[in-house]
Design a protein around this ligand. Structure first.
Ligand code: ZN
Ligand code: ZN
Length: 407
């Protein structure tokens, strides 16, 4: 057992609470309080440092080690897996103790993590993201007439193609059978794909509804890649719960989404990173031309969603070497949102999106002992979470220190 004492505890509220103690037993938290007596526990004096839940990034692609996703799909599977392990460890050392993968990661990676072969965040997976032909996961250049099976059998492919209600149902069932925790659909055009302008809608309503029915039959939900307001409104109407990106949303649609119980997952840092580094890292010219279609509306979309009462989770969606910018999403959001709200997006709100409330994103009896110790007050300065974990004195995951510089 480990007893943290003299902690400034931030646990999802607007303020942190000084002088708090947290008792960890095994992999979970046993007790939280002002004074906890435990002679058996190892006492750790935090000296007034901030203790908060481990961070959750609710939109990553663990297998996207290259910026050019078509090139990524053609990498040998073993290279993809080892690179994913490296990305996972780097995320953990930034304080992310849980991530949700939105396309690419497999049950195999999760099993390797459970075996302790790789260190990294806990994972919530969708397997491969579903896309229609010519949609956001169809990475073939226009003049490439190869059958898509060429890509989609590979670990480095983030998605697969399924056209028509029956094929969508079958793809959902296959992903769920293979260990998907939820289903991901590409329901709008995208930046990193060559033949789908942002305004394109992906999938017919009957295909979207079929996926939602399949997911609900398996006690889970659908997440969809979305930018445009009509795309988002349609997704909400069809029962999609997790709304990715949402850059071009209106207040009216955000209100409808909030009423339907949806959660949005903006990913602003990736557009900033693509703008600054995408072209030099191999992003195709068709993609570079589309970045500002969504980037420029980013901060405004956060204000609209907040005013409409739509819950937002923290996401990043970075590719290749740009992953090092993961924690910049905190400071970008901090430009328009209160710091406590930004921190909630990466803890309680993300936990709700992953349907793991009470287990992650909070410091409470019965939750996984996933916590970070911050040197300073992130409510006053969100940049303390940037710098590759430099300001994190300790990172604990499942009751085990993966970093400990407290001594
Ligand atoms: Zn997307
Ligand atoms: Zn994504």
């Amino acid at each position: 057992m480990i007893l943290f004492e003299n902690a400034r505890l931030w646990n999802g509220l607007d303020e942190a609470e000084p002088g708090m103690s947290v008792l960890v037993e095994g992999e979970t938290i046993r007790e939280v309080g002002r004074t906890i007596a435990s002679a058996a526990a190892q006492h750790v004096d935090l000296g007034g440092r901030t203790l908060m839940p481990g961070l959750i990034d609710a939109h990553v692609h663990l297998v996207a080690s290259s910026t050019n996703l078509a090139a990524n799909a053609l990498l040998p599977d073993a290279v993809v897996a080892f690179r994913a392990g490296k990305l996972m460890r780097e995320m953990l050392m930034r304080g992310f103790t849980t991530v949700r993968d939105l396309g690419g990661a497999t049950l195999g990676l999760k099993l390797a993590w459970e075996e302790g072969l790789i260190e990294g965040p806990r994972m919530s997976l969708c397997g491969k993201a579903l896309s229609q032909t010519g949609g956001h996961a169809d990475l073939r250049p226009r003049l490439d007439a190869r059958d898509y099976g060429f890509f989609e059998s590979r670990l480095g492919s983030l998605g697969r193609i399924a056209d028509g209600v029956d094929a969508v149902r079958r793809a959902c069932r296959e992903e769920i059978r293979a260990g998907a925790d939820y289903i991901k659909l590409m329901a709008n055009g995208g930046v990193a794909s060559p033949s789908d302008p942002i305004a394109f809608l992906g999938y017919s309503e009957s295909e979207l509804r079929a996926a939602v029915e399949e997911a609900s039959m398996a006690q889970t939900y659908v997440a969809a890649h979305l930018y445009t307001d009509d795309g988002i409104a349609r997704a909400v109407r069809c029962g999609i719960r997790s709304l990715e990106h949402c850059n071009l949303i209106t207040v009216e649609t955000a209100r409808a989404a909030a009423e339907a119980g949806c959660i949005a997952c903006p990913t602003l840092v990736t557009y900033q990173a693509l703008k600054e580094e995408g072209a030099s890292l191999g992003l195709g010219p068709e993609s570079v031309a589309k970045i500002d279609d969504v980037r420029l509306a980013g901060l405004e979309s956060l204000e609209k969603m907040r005013s409409a009462g739509l819950t937002m989770a923290f996401g990043t969606d970075l590719l290749g070497p740009m992953h090092r910018r993961q924690s910049e999403e905190f400071t970008i959001r901090g430009q328009v949102l209160p710091a406590a709200e930004v921190l909630r997006s990466a803890t309680v709100h993300a936990a709700k999106l992953l349907r793991q409330e009470g287990r992650i994103g909070c410091i409470a009896p019965g939750a996984w002992a996933d916590m970070i110790v911050v040197d300073g007050d992130p409510l006053a300065d969100l940049s303390l979470l940037t710098g590759q974990g430099r300001h994190l004195a300790a990172i604990m995951q499942g009751g085990r220190f993966v970093k400990n510089e407290l001594a």
